[in-house]
Design a protein around this ligand. Structure first.
Ligand code: ARG
Length: 229
């Protein structure tokens, strides 16, 4: 769904999520969509000279929408995987991530090796859900929104949750101080890429724009804004 707007500038719908801090979330006061991903794609659009309009949805729906070619662009802390590359084109990687296990502060789970038969939360369609199913014998409970899993861990209904390191860290720092902790090593290094519908003509220009942001320090500024201490 691209359309010509005033002048000759193309406008693309960008599929995103509204609940993956600090990559995309709604500002609690203004209600505006904000985050690292949002700033990155806005700057790319500026440099590659196209316009964007955002459409928010849950991650599972976003993934399906990208795979079916329904959206031209998707930005949602999406990990680049071989499987997804069959149906989605990705930009060059823009963020190095990985999965981490979060448990209650008083848990005796010390790493992913201890999750057999434990109830571990995750998010539907995410790489952590796949990881749990493939590499552990945990009882996996996958939710449409990860915060449901986080809350269940905090309140003792789940034994732990496995999810993306930056998001887990953000949750513990803002809502889990003295109640939640991470254990074990970062599992499965993953890189996030901006998603494009298969065969998209925008990928090259977007990559050039992204590379220029890396080269001129704009990327580092945004990184500092969202991940600096
Ligand atoms: N990086 C993980 C994946 O690609 C989780 C991404 C979740 N992103 C989001 N906006 N909710 O599967």
């Amino acid at each position: 769904s691209s359309s010509k707007s005033s002048g000759d500038v193309k406008k693309y719908t960008v599929a995103t999520d509204s609940n993956f801090k600090p990559f995309e979330y709604l500002n609690p006061i203004t209600g505006e969509l904000e985050g690292f991903d949002i700033d990155i794609i806005k700057e790319i659009a500026k440099r590659a000279e196209f316009e964007v309009e955002f459409e928010t949805m849950d991650f599972d729906g976003l993934l399906a929408g990208m795979q079916s070619g329904r959206y031209p662009i998707g930005v949602a802390g999406m990990s680049i995987t071989e499987k997804r590359k069959e149906s989605i084109d990705f930009s060059i990687p823009y963020y190095d991530s990985g999965l981490i296990l979060m448990v209650p502060e008083n848990s005796n789970i010390q790493s992913i090796d201890d999750v057999s038969r434990k109830k571990i939360g995750s998010r539907q369609g995410s790489t952590s859900q796949t990881y749990l199913k493939e590499f552990t014998s945990a009882k996996v409970e996958a939710f449409p929104e990860i915060v449901t899993a986080y809350l269940d861990v905090k309140e003792g209904r789940l034994d732990g949750a496995l999810y993306d390191l930056p998001n887990v860290k953000n949750y513990i720092a803002t809502e889990g101080e003295n109640k939640l902790k991470t254990v074990g090593e970062v599992l499965q290094g993953e890189s996030y890429g901006i998603a494009f519908s298969k065969g998209s003509e925008i990928v090259d220009d977007a990559n050039k724009a992204l590379q220029s942001m890396i080269d001129d320090g704009t990327y580092a500024e945004l990184f500092e804004k969202y991940f600096g201490e």
